[in-house]
Ligand binder design. Structure first.
Ligand SMILES: Cc1cc2nc3c(=O)[nH]c(=O)nc-3n(C[C@H](O)[C@H](O)[C@H](O)COP(=O)(O)O)c2cc1C
Length: 333
């Protein structure tokens, strides 16, 4: 409540309403908090307390993770566990550092509790992330690393690009998320097609568990294909879902903003993400990380009931604040 009445209001006004300015400042403050051990201990007492579970051979101290994209370069890794996160997924990183798309590229749709982003994998590159993680040393929670294709790399050479990121980051990752579902890198979602995915997964050899993150815009037939290829390559799990290209469920007040290009996340995605999690959990034996439109503890419980082993949040954090993580930790005991 304090978050929504005070902090959120301030954040939404920051930078003349530029959502990316609010994002950068939040990340900077969060990073600083993570460097203060007494603050970390205090936060941890308030937000922590999730029930541990072991999924694809990795022990998670709690079921709620930070979804990919919030801390792409792993800047605030000391702080996230203090806010109750049982794991953190950094990235998506690419083989080569890249600036992403021109700004503005992040838009809030407040009446819909949604966000549209076309960041385009702005990140410092896989080698820089590896160096930061090496300097940081071990973390208190498992670390997922999301990898994607560099913009300069043609889709036909995507396999080498993913492999280069995988090799440099393998010593630091508890799992990899193979991102083939971002809508903001031309051609990337085509890697979810059966033959392309088969080639990609066949080339990614590692002892670290590999998960595949899928889009919510796939048909059941396409999802079944993905599951078949994943099973054939011994994939450890699925992450469902990424942002959607659909504009269903937008409040009339946000109609103009909804015309922005990019992937939609948040409230309008809740029902579809749950549907996808239900389908993939039922049709495969693979563990699933459920993500998409989780804004309340009940949303998270529905994902877990639908067969997810873990959940992740991003947009819910923007609209509901870190109290969301606490609420889920308490509800999912
Ligand atoms: C600004 C922004 C950036 C994102 N960047 C990434 C990314 O780099 N890689 C990725 O796999 N997903 C990325 N996502 C998708 C989220 O990880 C998540 O799958 C999606 O937003 C649905 O969850 P939510 O409704 O809780 O936000 C991003 C989402 C947002 C809002």
């Amino acid at each position: 409540m304090v978050y929504q009445r005070v902090l959120r209001r301030a954040l939404f006004r920051m930078g003349g309403g530029d959502a990316e300015v609010a994002h950068e400042r939040t990340l900077r403050v969060t990073t600083r908090l993570g460097a203060l051990p007494p603050v970390v201990a205090g936060l941890n007492r308030y937000f922590g307390g999730g029930t541990p579970r072991t999924v694809f051979g990795v022990r998670f101290p709690g079921p709620v993770g930070l979804a990919a994209g919030m801390d792409k370069d792993g800047r605030a890794l000391r702080a996230w566990p203090a806010f109750g996160f049982g794991f953190v997924e950094v990235g998506t990183v690419t083989r080569y550092a890249q600036p992403g798309n021109p700004r503005p590229r992040l838009h809030r749709l407040p009446a819909s509790e949604a966000v549209i982003n076309r960041m385009g994998f702005n990140n410092g590159g896989a080698a820089a992330l590896a160096a930061r993680l090496r300097a940081l040393g071990p973390l208190r929670v498992p670390l997922g690393v999301s990898i994607g294709k560099s913009k300069v790399t043609p889709v036909e050479e995507a396999v080498d690009d993913y492999r280069a990121s995988l090799d440099v980051l393998a010593p630091h990752a508890d799992y990899f998320a193979v991102n083939v579902s971002s809508p903001n890198t031309p051609g990337l979602r085509g890697l979810q097609d059966k033959a392309a995915l088969d080639e990609l997964l066949g080339a990614l050899e590692t002892t670290v568990p590999l998960l595949v993150k899928i889009a919510p815009d796939l048909s059941e037939h396409a999802m079944a294909d993905v599951l078949e290829v994943c099973a054939a390559h011994g994939i450890a799990g699925l992450i469902a879902t990424n942002t959607t290209l659909s504009r269903d469920g937008i409040a009339p007040q946000d109609a103009e903003r909804a015309t922005e290009t990019g992937g939609l996340s948040g409230r309008p995605l809740t029902a579809r993400a749950l549907q996808v999690v239900t389908f993939v959990a039922k049709e495969s034996n693979l563990p699933v990380i459920g993500v998409g439109g989780i804004h309340t503890a009940d949303d998270a419980l529905r994902m877990l009931d639908a067969g997810a082993s873990l959940v992740q949040v991003y947009t819910g954090l923007i609209y509901r604040g870190p109290g969301l993580v606490r609420a889920i930790n308490r509800a999912a005991r």
